[in-house]
Design a protein around this ligand. Structure first.
Ligand SMILES: Nc1nc2c(ncn2[C@@H]2O[C@H](COP(=O)(O)OP(=O)(O)OP(=O)(O)O)[C@@H](O)[C@H]2O)c(=O)[nH]1
Ligand SMILES: [Mg+2]
Length: 302
């Protein structure tokens, strides 16, 4: 009797789960934090998942599983990822397939059932793709990558939040990317572009991380202007996010859970400081928005 009731409850829960299958291409300069961002997402720490919204995140393919094990060996041991290699063809890049199970996002619906399941394929391009966009022309490799971008449901554009001195240069890259994307008429299925400022556990970014649009417009005025102008003409939606693969620790005085290794015009390189207090933020929100069109303030902090 009890088993049958349990089965019925489970099947109702499963049928009420909203499933979304999307592909996302992740673009940004060298060392903007793309691979680390996806690794932190793939190896989402339980301390963060226990806030009740994220039920689980699992890898669905070999690239995804490899990323999870690299995250264990590198990220949590205080090591950096190797720079991603620029492949000859866009299809040769790693595709991390992850499934993200979320419980009800409304506080009245935060029960144990999975309310949303996002099945996401993230393609990790090397930062060199973005720098080549700025500096090269008529490269067949670029044409192939642009065509690949067109096949995505959404783009995630990652900017190191501390690389504001590269705003003008990045604006050129964004301008070129957007022009090439719309060149042959349609932009196909791209519906949304998420602009994500990374490494926002750093004190000067952390204090403003709850106002991502304001922060992005202040630091990357030219990039934001290009994106908004394009949004107005194409109807593709644009949204701003802040994130950190490492997070902050301590209360009430929070400090960055990161040790800085270098600081340049193009931003910082760092490693995690205390893996036992690892609490990244802003990792799921951009993907959720790309998949559903809904912005979740709760997920912004997860
Ligand atoms: N402080 C801080 N550093 C980060 C964060 N995410 C990544 N990093 C550091 O930024 C540097 C570059 O990270 P990657 O993930 O390799 O960057 P990438 O964009 O994949 O770089 P390419 O593969 O060369 O294009 C490394 O030193 C990372 O540890 C973060 O959230 N905070
Ligand atoms: Mg990389």
């Amino acid at each position: 009797m009890f088993d049958r009731l349990k089965e019925t409850i489970e099947s109702v829960a499963e049928s009420s789960t909203e499933q979304k299958n999307i592909t996302v291409k992740v673009i940004g300069d060298r060392a903007s934090g793309k691979t680390t961002y996806m690794a932190a997402l793939a190896r989402f720490p339980e301390s963060t998942a226990s806030n009740g919204i994220v039920q689980d995140i699992k890898a669905l393919n070999d690239d995804g599983r490899e990323l999870v094990s690299k995250a264990k060996n590198l990220l949590e041991q205080g090591l950096e990822f190797e720079p991603t290699r620029l492949e000859a063809s866009a299809d040769d890049n790693k595709d991390y397939q992850l499934t993200i199970a979320l419980r009800g996002l409304s506080q009245f619906n935060r029960n144990t059932d999975v309310a949303t399941r996002l099945n996401v394929t993230f393609r990790d391009y090397a930062g060199e793709f973005f720098s080549d966009l700025i500096h090269r022309d008529r490269d067949p490799k670029l044409t192939d990558y642009i065509e690949d971008c067109r096949q995505a449901d959404g783009l995630m554009f990652l900017l190191d939040g501390s690389a504001q001195r590269k705003d003008a240069e990045y604006a050129q890259g964004v301008d070129k990317l957007l022009r090439l994307l719309s060149e042959s008429g349609s932009i196909r299925q791209i519906k949304r572009i998420a602009l994500v400022l990374t490494k926002c556990e750093q004190p000067d970014l952390w204090i403003k991380h709850e106002k991502p649009q304001k922060l992005a417009q202040k630091r990357f005025k030219n990039v934001c202007a290009k994106l908004s102008a394009w949004q107005a003409t194409t109807g593709v939606s644009l949204e701003y996010f802040t994130a950190s693969a490492f997070g902050v620790m301590g209360s009430p005085f929070q400090e960055a859970n990161a040790v800085q290794l270098s600081r340049k015009r193009s931003g910082v390189t760092s490693i995690i400081k205390d893996k036992d207090r690892w609490k990244p933020f802003g990792l799921i929100s951009p993907t959720y928005w790309i998949a559903t069109g809904q912005r979740s303030r709760t997920l912004d902090e997860a």
